[in-house]
Write a protein that binds this ligand. Sequence first.
Ligand code: 13P
Ligand code: SF4
Length: 370
Amino acid sequence: MAGQPIPERYNSLPENEVLERIARLKKDLRDSITVLGHHYQRDEIIQFADFTGDSYKLSKTASEQKASYILFCGVHFMAESADILTRDDQIVILPDLEAGCSMADMAVLEQVEWAWSALEKYFGREGVMPITYMNSAADIKAFCGKRGGAVCTSSNAQALMEWGFSQREKVLFLPDQHLGRNTAKRMGISLSQMVIWDPNEELGGNSLEDLRRAKVILWKGHCSVHGMFRPEHVDLFRKRHLGVQVLVHPECVMEVVDQADSVGSTEFIIKTVEQAPAGSKWVIGTELHLVNRLKKNHPDQEIYFLSPTVCVCSTMFRIDPRHLLWVLENLAQGKVVNRIQVPKEVKQWARVALERMLQTTTTSQKRLAA
Ligand code: 13P
Ligand code: SF4
């Protein structure tokens, strides 16, 4: 989404001046702003975050804030979720409106509606549970909410899939086929009971028989950053570094996830390394900024990045100190730039889907703790 361009004068400011001005403004505005930072943000941004987290933690944190302005240093779908979960008088700002997510763009409402009408025709209104990954636009979340479905993130996908199956026979999982497949497989669902729905094909590229047999219908979407990690990289690191533990994000392809020692959200990856003893060896398959930060914060452990190529989320990277300074300077003058505002009708049903996620996750956490 194109936003107001950042004024030229910011580009010629020296980096240290930008950082100093942000620090001053953060102090001046401390009673009215909260800065949230996703773990994939660069260090120069993370240092200014009041809270950091994975998408689940940040959505929950956003819903608990009292500040009038939430500055979301992450990508568009995360800021939209924050807008949906915050009070109507709170304002959510995304410092660069071009910070989107290519995976979220792979599920377009019209395509999803078209798929749904075919599924409804053959399996009825209550035959399929739509569950969308947080990495989707607000209108897709609203679509799911309106049809009894919910949102999930990488940290609660299994709890939400189980919830879906407790009510309906099939799950339509949007838009990340890999998270959907990895989660369903972990639940014991066989690959023969999963189909991919290609939105450009009749019946998603499936026969009616395939669809009848399927328990999980996986939307044909993926993350190109996590798609760069390959099973041969795992083999290479295991050979090169004896005793290395493989830790990956569930957006990676199944062939990588199947070989990993641990799989989880960005918050899970960070916690796992934080809790490990000195001398531990890890090879990590997720975005480069997070892995580099872990290396820096844990010099007593050996940490490697699971790819010979640079896997950076270029849209997360769009949020830089200059954009942060620009939105802060505007706020200091009482002006709001780059507001994320989900339309009211969309908000209502997207909120239902997000609240089902929060509720189901809390219930599942309590069950596990008991
Ligand atoms: P997390 O919820 O694990 O932070 O993942 C978000 C994401 O976009 C990963 O690519
Ligand atoms: Fe989207 Fe992939 Fe970037 Fe995550 S890493 S925000 S899924 S493009």
